[in-house]
Design a binder for this molecule. Structure first.
Ligand code: PLP
Length: 410
């Protein structure tokens, strides 16, 4: 892996935190809220990362093998993206200066949108400041009061918030439960219908039954939106995601993805029919009323899409490593999702149990973050292993040993 010759400035001096001043009375409830989180082991603290993420990560001064990033293909710290980002920044400046409809849509953004459309083999794509914004704004632009959204119970928070924002009727069906979804569609009123699902569920490592969802959408005149945030770059011959891998492109009307995970950049996208994209340009509020992201980000993302085409071996290696680790953990008695993906959850149950398992793994030099409510349901806390192409066989073996010990109750 080529290293970039960057001159690294020392970080600014760290001042010890000053004790918090008492909250003014209208904000006093915040104290109680934080106390409640602490009592339920749900208080989060940020760790400070030094330097680049990659196979390893330096968190709060400790160097750990990094099983906690969504950098599945190892592009987040790749010098080729950094160079492409620098070139775009040199050409277009740093800030985009305005929203895309005003003057923020630069030549690099336009090239990125064309590249995404080619990558997904669709007419057109629209790049959003984040994947979160892409989901939230798109759902709210597709349906409104009087319409029905059917949403998988394990969908990402950005989908949940998009559903709320739309003011449509939201029917949440149990995770991947097609019979329940069919029932909802059969009793739907006359308004528009939208089925919305993650393709790879980010916390469970499970995969949506995409072909069946296409079939149900087709039978019931529903739009189908699939969020490929964690699948983009990893699945399919071209690497465009699970919609491609399952051969379902024709049945999925709205494809959402993110540039922030396997593509190592930032930002989200929506792709599909040219007129759908044109509609979003007039109705997706988080796109219309938000500054376009910096050209540097678009330049880096564009290079990442090229690399996904040039380096298919990375996704093959990644999924092979995932299959090997998954089988090893299943043999150790740990419950594993049926599908082989680069996301491997190890369920601990209570929030405190997940935190303590994460701490034990960190003591063994492995960063595997604990995931607690509201990211997962109550009692379903876990540590989430995110594999990256950068991991070595030795990293995977160390993790396997540590989790086997956990499975044996040591
Ligand atoms: C399934 C899913 N959709 C959307 C997003 C949001 O993407 P972004 O981080 O680019 O805002 C995430 C982020 O974790 C996600 O897991």
């Amino acid at each position: 892996m080529p290293r970039m010759a960057c001159r690294v400035e020392p970080p600014p001096p760290d001042h010890p935190p000053t004790p918090a001043a008492p909250l003014p009375e209208p904000l006093a409830w915040v104290n109680a809220g934080l106390d409640r989180l602490a009592r339920h082991d749900l208080l989060r603290t940020r760790r400070v990362r030094s330097g680049r993420q990659g196979r390893e990560v330096d968190l709060d001064g400790r160097r750990l093998v990094n099983f906690g990033a969504n950098d599945y293909l190892g592009y987040a710290g790749d010098v080729r993206l950094v160079k492409a980002a620098s070139r775009a920044a040199c050409a277009e400046g740093f800030g985009a200066g305005a929203s895309p409809l005003v003057s923020g849509h630069g030549a690099t953004h336009a090239a990125l949108e064309r590249a995404i459309a080619r990558f997904l083999d669709v007419d057109a794509a629209l790049v959003f400041p984040s994947g979160f914004a892409a989901n939230a704004a798109t759902i709210a632009a597709l349906v409104g009061p009087g319409d029905l959204i059917c949403s998988d119970a394990r969908n990402h928070a950005s989908i949940i918030d998009g559903c709320r924002l739309s003011r449509a009727t939201v029917a949440v069906y149990p995770h991947r439960d097609l019979a329940a979804l069919r029932g909802l569609l059969q009793s739907a009123g006359p308004g528009r219908r939208l089925i919305v699902t993650d393709s790879l569920f980010s916390m469970d490592g499970t995969v949506a039954p995409l072909a069946d969802l296409c079939d149900l959408a087709g039978r019931h005149g529903a739009m189908l939106l699939v969020d490929e945030a964690h699948a983009t770059g990893v699945f399919g011959d071209r690497g465009s995601g699970l919609v491609e891998a399952h051969g379902c492109a024709a049945g999925v009307h709205v494809r959402v993805g993110t540039l922030s995970k396997a593509l190592g950049a930032a930002g989200g996208f929506v792709a599909g029919h040219r007129l759908l994209v044109q509609w979003l340009e007039h109705s997706a509020r988080a796109w219309i009323f938000s500054t376009a992201h910096p050209a540097a980000v678009a330049g880096g993302a564009l290079r990442a899409i090229e690399l996904v085409a040039e380096e298919p071996q990375r996704r093959r290696d990644l999924l092979l490593a995932a299959a090997t680790l998954r089988d090893r953990l299943a043999r150790a008695g740990l419950g594993m999702p049926a599908e082989v993906t680069q996301i491997i959850p190890v369920v601990a149950g209570a929030a405190a149990a997940a935190v303590s398992l994460g701490a034990r793994l960190a003591a063994a030099g492995l960063f595997v973050p604990a995931i607690r409510p509201p990211s997962v349901p109550e009692g379903g806390s876990l540590v989430r292993v995110s594999l990256s192409w950068l991991h070595t066989a030795e990293d995977l073996a160390r993790l396997g040993v540590a989790l086997e010990e956990h499975a044996r109750g040591h």
